[in-house]
Design a protein around this ligand. Structure first.
Ligand code: FES
Length: 109
């Protein structure tokens, strides 16, 4: 896998329905697994700059533990109030036994 993709985790390190927090160049991301698909989003709630990694997965959504907004892992869009702005979604690929993240740009902005 070529740049700008960066290897961030081993495939086996994330069980289905779970996520890990990773850091690339000082920025935090969530890499989540739903069934056999992987998703990457910024680790920051758009409502009050709160880490989404304190929350939990709800299907293909990450739920903020502070006020409960859920965000689509596919589009970044909030599905509940109080958040009304999307979070950034990043391209993620699997090659071999590694998960690769492209931190160079959000794919939903
Ligand atoms: S900080 Fe996430 S919903 Fe308020």
């Amino acid at each position: 896998m070529n740049k700008p993709f960066v290897a961030v985790a081993a495939v086996d390190s994330i069980a289905p329905g779970k996520f890990v927090k990773v850091e690339v160049e000082g920025r935090a991301y969530i890499v989540a697994r739903v069934d056999d698909r992987f998703y990457a989003v910024e680790d920051n709630c758009s409502h009050e700059d709160y880490p989404l990694s304190y929350g939990c997965l709800d299907g293909k959504r990450i739920k903020c533990s502070l006020h409960g907004s859920r965000f689509s892992l596919e589009t970044g869009q909030p599905e509940d109030e109080p958040a009304d702005e999307p979070i950034a979604v990043f391209a993620v690929e699997v090659e071999g036994d590694r998960i690769w993240l492209d931190p160079s740009r959000a794919v939903n902005r």
